[in-house]
Unconditional design. Structure first.
Length: 183
């Protein structure tokens, strides 16, 4: 019995160590820091530039065949959160998305990358827009290292479908979690 627990503990430690070096950074967003107007939605009563931030990642685990990026607000008062952005099929040689990569036409995305439909109703990045007076929301910008090179996603895929596919194919994730609220 002791051997079983030792092997299980070693397996968990190895998995943690493997994923531990996978990091996501940005010059525009930081964990716990308020988003700037650049990442705020234009519409729904919010006024911003609706621009996805630059994202950089490193330390992907071995076996990574592609990446995906998501932006999700679990604090949205919907009962299911709010998907702000999903991008899949990012080649394994790519480790950066430039500012504005989430524009609707996808012209700043790496070749082969596909954006799913956000909860605003279109494929592309939709910025922060919590209800006025609500507590600050947490925006989970996450990069996913995946064990598959291509997911069957198109511009009509919902965040829930993309999330399901990502969880079924993930090797590791890394995230930055800025906040935003409207007084």
């Amino acid at each position: 019995m002791k051997t079983y627990f030792a092997v299980a503990a070693l397996a968990v430690f190895s998995l943690s160590a493997q994923a531990g070096g996978f990091t996501l950074t940005s010059s525009e967003i930081k964990t716990g820091v308020s988003l700037s107007n650049a990442q705020v939605f234009e519409g729904f009563g919010c006024h911003g530039d609706n621009q996805s931030p630059s994202l950089n990642w490193s330390g992907a685990p071995g076996g990574t065949k592609s990446f995906a990026v998501t932006a999700y607000d679990p604090d949205a008062p919907t009962g299911s959160g709010w998907w702000h952005w999903t991008v899949v099929n990012i080649p394994p040689s790519v480790t950066t998305l430039v500012t504005g990569a989430g524009n609707k036409d996808g012209s700043k995305l790496p070749e082969g990358a596909v954006q799913g439909r956000n909860d605003f109703g279109y494929a592309g990045f939709g910025g922060a827009c919590p209800p006025k007076g609500d507590k600050p929301h947490h925006y989970h910008f996450k990069v996913w290292a995946l064990k598959t090179d291509k997911l069957p996603i198109d511009g009509n895929a919902s965040g829930a479908l993309v999330g399901y596919m990502l969880n079924a194919n993930k090797i590791a994730t890394a995230e930055v979690v800025p906040v935003f609220g409207v007084k």
